[in-house]
Design a protein around this ligand. Sequence first.
Ligand code: ADP
Length: 560
Amino acid sequence: MTISQQELDGQALDALRRYFGYERFRPGQGELIGGILEGRDVLGVMPTGSGKSLCYQIPAVLLHGLTIVISPLISLMKDQVDGANEIGIPAAFINSSLLPEEQDDVLAAANAGHIRLLYVAPERLETPRFRNFANHADIALIAVDEAHCVSQWGQDFRSSYLGIGEFIDSLPDRPTVAAFTATATERVRRDIIHMLRLHDPKVVVTGFDRTNLYFDILKLGTRDKANWIAHYVADHADESGIIYCATRKQTEELAETINTLVPQLRARQGAGAAQPSPTSPIAVAYHAGLTPDRRERAQRDFVTDAVPLVVATNAFGMGIDKSNVRYVIHHNMPESIEAYYQEAGRAGRDGEPSRCTLLWNESDIVTRRRLLDNGGGNERLTEDEQEQVRRWKRHLLDTMVGYCRTTECLHRYMTRYFGETDEGADGAAPHCVGGCVNCESTFSTTDVSHIARLISMCVHDLAQSYGSGKIVAVLRGSRAKDILDRGLDHVQTFGKLASVPQSTVRDVLNQMVSDGFLMITEGRLPIVMFGPRAAETIDPAFHYEMKSITRPKREQTPAH
Ligand code: ADP
């Protein structure tokens, strides 16, 4: 018996109300669920927090047969399974945390039809036990969560995802396949379809502009970042937030700084009574190097509001279901707009006004470039392919740098990046819904061509053999013993920028590194050398600018 699309839609809406208690679908959900129920492969590209899981959970209860969810993070499976069971969808997971006997029990229950949703990690698909089960099971749907992990062109590539397409094709009776991701670039999208071998999928891409988010960017020296964050946290003590750091060590140091500084700042603000007791910290660190126990505790404390703030590496958050995160601060610039949007997008999942702040400086850019150029390759790729991937990642980084430097509306910058049109439905340019710092600031640019040219000449004078500190010191005419001992006061460029503040010379130098005019070598004593664009600085027409911004006075989220 075939049933009409209308009946399917009715059933889906019924399930939405019955199991989830929601009245209507969010954008994209109805179409994706409808496609799956019709037996069509789908690809759902929706921002974090838009409700992707429901798109396979509803079919799981409506379809005859099992739904297998392939999900990359073992640590989150338990939460997802608990959540599904709580609302009456029988679910279980299989991963390495279960004993072989327990795994057998789960598979037997799935075989007997007692489970509708089975979560597995991609590694599991390769084991003989699971293959044997899958070959005999009645599988109606395979949902691939975080499907961009299959793509070399994204930043979350996982080699274990490469086997999914082959696994699906090996099944005696091919089920419907539904892939979901929050990474929306065209290239990743194409790659998902190709690598997962989707059959003529229905692709649904929903709006990427999160209109309840206020986007802020702030250029700060490395040492000023922690202080700025502590003040921000003290001013928003009753709100939940996430701070992303680039390294594990940074997360621990910053969490400690916050736990020491914030109570002092709060006391100074006269909020003594509201101070947390010493046993309940304000911030907890989270990274992949912690024991599973500590990671789980940190996650639980945050989700249950026992601690308001988590200071984490990017290991935190994929799939975290916490709707009332009011702010996300990035302590460093991430490696791509995708990564940034996904992490920042964990703010305001409940639709309430929330703030996303990106702290950056030129040395963040330099570090990212260095990591990229020296990053370990993927051994499954040829040298040529690795170089291609590296080139692509450089491009991703450039667009991230572009975000830090742009003076245009930050909402518009991102939606354009994700392939949405620049114009509103009526052809008018969209206004900045949600707000962003650029739309509230005034900008000026300063011509720093002269400074840049002298920096370049100084690097030449010093025979590309010194670090940035010495270059700045020479240009500013420092008479430090070290400079005199080495005779550096005799070079042509000595003292040529004596009247320019040290911080300006340093900023221009850093910007030149991130723009490729100069480069800084690896090692204990980094040396400034010429970069690929160095020759441009000796062109008489060379023109170089630095942007400065006058920020809005008010630093709070407007709607707060
Ligand atoms: P994603 O996987 O896209 O990041 P989730 O599936 O975790 O998002 O959903 C985010 C939140 O939105 C969850 O709390 C979920 O219950 C809620 N949600 C999903 N669909 C709807 C809906 N149609 N109406 C209201 N809330 C919804």
